[in-house]
Design a protein around this ligand. Structure first.
Ligand code: HEM
Ligand SMILES: *[C@@H]1O[C@H](CO)[C@@H](O)[C@H](O)[C@H]1NC(C)=O
Ligand SMILES: *[C@@H]1O[C@H](CO)[C@@H](O)[C@H](O)[C@H]1NC(C)=O
Ligand SMILES: *[C@@H]1O[C@H](CO)[C@@H](O)[C@H](O)[C@H]1NC(C)=O
Ligand SMILES: *[C@@H]1O[C@H](CO)[C@@H](O)[C@H](O)[C@H]1NC(C)=O
Ligand SMILES: *[C@@H]1O[C@H](CO)[C@@H](O)[C@H](O)[C@H]1NC(C)=O
Length: 523
């Protein structure tokens, strides 16, 4: 008994000491490692000539709570993009550092930096956890939610389909546009074209992706899918705003219902597609034969994984539906408020003599193209974006008091950019950068002045490795729709005097839509 007691009292301090020594060792080892890493980083940054960026003044730089509250206020006031623009103007530089929800991040509007992130060094950059965590419950694993090898695999699988179908399927567009024209009141009453454009792009996207259209412009019985998809998308957009905190927003009952509805809806088409796989494999790709091109058939040729097919289809639907509808809404809002632009566009479209445009014919409509370019410049529908550094790296500019020195970015840190603000840079777009002027894109035969041919300072579709796959599809759909509406209606009147206002969800569209009255062409 006695001996047992003594050994116990001796052993306990022994154990304590051992644990203490171990803890100290771990702490020291970590400290040494940190110091080494920090030295390595300093040396790396110095060798690259990097300097720290200007720091945005914040009352408190641990959480950066003030900026977060400012952002919420701006979002509610629909001035988020304009306020961000204001910050760049006040800072007097094109790159600066902020503390956002406890993380140090950099914000930039430098074309050189965006070229480095998106093209030159794209392998060093990724989406970060934010988009992945928030988007996957609805979209699964697809091109929009992946990085690295899985992304490359998706892109490789999807890209050829886009390349072959980039001209779009004009006869199918025509059918949907006729539904659109029929849905516009012909009696001088007010219509919000925005609502119709969102139906149009849903109808054409589902037809192109699934082989069957929701026909929401003519038939109310399919509305469930569009509603569930829109609400689900809204939910994941909200979640993604909370960054790494998105986990605090678990799926609610409504979201679970929408998620199931959307998945079941698409699975029906996936099953149908897989059932005719053998037959599809025997046929030529339907891109090579005339007639309708159906995306799902191409995917079924390439994989038998039903979840992968469903996910890719939903990723493309998300990428392509609201974006194109938002562009059309912004364009028609401008048309209703600018008689000069309306009449010049009508004059150009009159050269078609009322004929349905061909793909070549659309290409020749230079003013229309300039109008779309200008809309995407001042009202970019994807107005900002961000990437996370997957290793220590250096951006070409943004460091030092004038922002001309290279800038070191450490692994795990995010860089955000504002396309909205960059598209307003006077050093690139001129003193009149804030004015809506389609002419700036056109050569002027009188003065010999060349139209704008911007590089990385104009990024409505991103650039480099992850450049939008649907750019041609979107521009064709928006041009075709605009031409056919102009051919059906000779007069336009705005029914809403409020100026263009930020309606920011995953994309950006005029909050007040495009409320107009259209006058049919006689005869
Ligand atoms: C005006 C219309 C559109 C705009 C402004 C637009 C813009 C963009 C932008 C900025 C990105 C890059 C997103 C990022 O990497 O964070 C993107 C990616 C993408 N877009 Fe579009 N888009 C439009 C229409 C479409 C359409 C109609 C489709 C398909 C039919 C489409 C398919 C895609 C796909 C698949 C990606 C992902 C590419 C990748 O990550 O490799 N887009 N788009
Ligand atoms: C607030 O907005 C700025 C852009 O103006 C952005 O860089 C920053 O990440 C946002 N911060 C938070 C906490 O959301
Ligand atoms: C349409 O209605 C407005 C008044 O709301 C009127 O000023 C305009 O003349 C009408 N246009 C046509 C073509 O009837
Ligand atoms: C509308 O859709 C329903 C459900 O698919 C279908 O049964 C019905 O025939 C459609 N109506 C029209 C007018 O196309
Ligand atoms: C997303 O957030 C907005 C603004 O806070 C809110 O009005 C909307 O209901 C939310 N949507 C969903 C689906 O949670
Ligand atoms: C529109 O912008 C694109 C991209 O910069 C450019 O290639 C094209 O020439 C422009 N077209 C017109 C007519 O402005």
């Amino acid at each position: 008994m006695e001996t047992g007691k003594t050994t116990k009292t001796v052993q306990v301090p022994h154990l304590y000491r051992l644990v203490l020594v171990l803890i100290t060792l771990v702490v020291v080892a970590q400290l040494v490692q940190r110091i080494r890493l920090s030295r390595k980083r300093t040396a790396y940054a110095r060798a690259a000539g990097a300097l720290p960026a200007k720091v945005y003044p914040q009352r408190e730089r641990i959480l950066g709570w003030d900026l977060f509250k400012e952002n919420i206020t701006s979002l509610k006031a629909h001035t988020f993009l304009a306020d961000q623009y204001g910050r760049f103007q006040r800072m007097g530089v094109n790159t600066f550092e902020v503390t956002a929800l406890g993380r140090t991040i950099h914000t930039t509007i430098e074309p050189e930096n965006l070229k480095t992130i998106q093209a030159v060094d794209f392998k060093k950059w990724g989406l970060g956890e934010r988009r992945k965590i928030a988007f996957r419950p609805l979209l699964g694993h697809g091109i929009f939610t992946e990085d690295g090898a899985p992304w490359a695999h998706s892109r490789e699988m999807l890209r050829p389909n886009f390349a072959r179908t980039q001209i779009g399927d004009l006869p199918t567009f025509e059918k949907h546009v006729q539904h659109l024209v029929a849905a516009v009141p012909h009696d001088n009453s007010t219509v919000d074209l925005s609502e119709l454009f969102f139906r149009l792009t849903m109808d054409s996207a589902t037809e192109f992706l699934f082989g069957e259209s929701t026909e929401s412009l003519t038939n109310n019985s399919h509305e469930g899918f569009a509603e569930s998809f829109t609400r689900g998308q809204d939910f994941i957009a909200n979640a993604s705003r909370w960054g790494a905190w998105a986990k605090l927003f678990p799926a609610n009952k409504q979201f679970k219902h929408d998620q199931k509805f959307v998945h079941d809806f698409v699975d029906y088409y996936v099953e149908k597609g897989l059932a005719k796989r053998d037959q599809l494999l025997k046929e030529k790709s339907n891109a090579e034969k005339p007639g309708r091109y159906v995306f799902i058939d191409e995917l079924v040729r390439q994989t038998t994984d039903p979840i992968a097919i469903r996910s890719e289809l939903l990723n493309i639907l998300l990428a392509g539906r609201d974006t194109t509808a938002s562009l059309l809404t912004n364009v028609w809002h401008i048309l209703s408020t600018r008689p000069d632009i309306w009449s010049r566009l009508q004059t150009e479209i009159a050269t078609l003599d009322g004929e349905i445009p061909t793909f070549e014919g659309l290409k020749n409509l230079k003013y229309l193209k300039a109008l779309l370019n200008e809309s995407l410049r001042l009202h970019p529908v994807v107005p900002g974006n961000a990437r996370e550094a997957y290793e220590d790296t250096v951006l070409p500019v943004g460091g030092g008091p004038d922002g001309r020195a290279p800038l070191f970015i450490k692994k795990g840190s995010s860089v955000g950019w504002s396309v909205y603000t960059m598209h307003r840079r006077k050093d690139y777009f001129g003193e009149d950068a804030e004015e809506f002027k389609p002419e700036r894109w056109l050569d002027d035969p009188e003065t010999g002045k060349k139209g704008l041919r911007p590089g990385w300072e104009y990024l409505p579709f991103n650039g480099g490795a992850r450049i939008c796959l649907g750019q041609q599809f979107a521009l064709t759909e928006a041009s075709y729709t605009t031409v056919r509406l102009c051919q059906a209606f000779g007069g336009i009147e705005s029914r809403d005097s409020r100026p263009w206002t930020e309606g920011l969800t995953l994309t950006c569209v005029n909050l007040h839509g495009a409320r107009v009255a259209l006058t049919p062409v006689e005869g």
